[in-house]
Design a protein around this ligand. Sequence first.
Ligand code: NDP
Ligand code: 8X3
Length: 256
Amino acid sequence: MKHLRGKTVFVTGASSGFGKAIAEAFAKNGANLIIAARRLDRLKILSAELRKKFKIEVLILALDVRKKTEIFKAVKNLSAKWQNIDILVNNAGLSRGLDPLHEGSIKDWEEMLDTNVKGLLYVTRAVLPGMVKRNSGHIINIGSIAGHEVYPKGNVYCASKHAVDAITKGIRLDVVNTDIRVTTIDPGLAETEFSIVRFRGNVNKAKSVYNGIEALKAEDIADAVIYAASRPLNFVVAEMILLPNKQASAGVVHRN
Ligand code: NDP
Ligand code: 8X3
């Protein structure tokens, strides 16, 4: 797509699932990429594949979005070539556990809030000033249906995604006098490593989340991101909710 060729796109959580598919989709459209996550080995493999296949440039950042000092340092130290980030995709995130609040693990809550909320804020705070200065850019947050509705035992994860929804709206208000665009893409059930992480490696339990439905694929989310990113500059996709056809709401799923 001509709008995306040569753009600099920063994708957090690019080592797996949506982030990896989003990076691939931007690469396919000729964008240059900054890919970030904690698992450097995976980023190296992805980077080599994308460079070779799409002849684009890729910068790898080994980054834990919970570590604010490292984030600000990494963004500040970007070379001139990489400094002008056109599109930031705040995708890094996770769920831990599925428990009633009175039995929930405080450690799990902190990990979700530190990653999904504070991590997204830190990365945005580091990147957005450059966009404001240049009067151009696009922030694309990966929210969730869990940012619109709460499902049983989803308490803190849902709260973290409600926060992403509020932050997205807040940024859009704060940059309304600029040409910057702010989008949230909010999927329902999509089969990635998300549930494996939620259930700490219990693959069978993770699989059962998607039993009897055709869940969304990471590529479906990447398609939506590319749609939003490639609209003309006067057009902002403010919010998109993406559900598999047999999911009617966060908690209502018809399984065959
Ligand atoms: P995956 O588990 O497949 O991918 C999660 C990504 O986030 C990984 O690349 C992981 O990288 C990265 N990540 C997690 N914690 C950190 C951290 N502290 N610092 C940097 N990167 C981190 O899950 P998905 O692709 O499904 O999830 C992506 C986003 O989509 C999340 O925000 C999730 O909440 C959201 N979402 C998922 C849905 C689903 O059903 N799958 C539906 C709606 C929203 P690494 O571990 O290498 O750091
Ligand atoms: C992930 C979607 O409904 O599995 O955000 O929590 S859900």
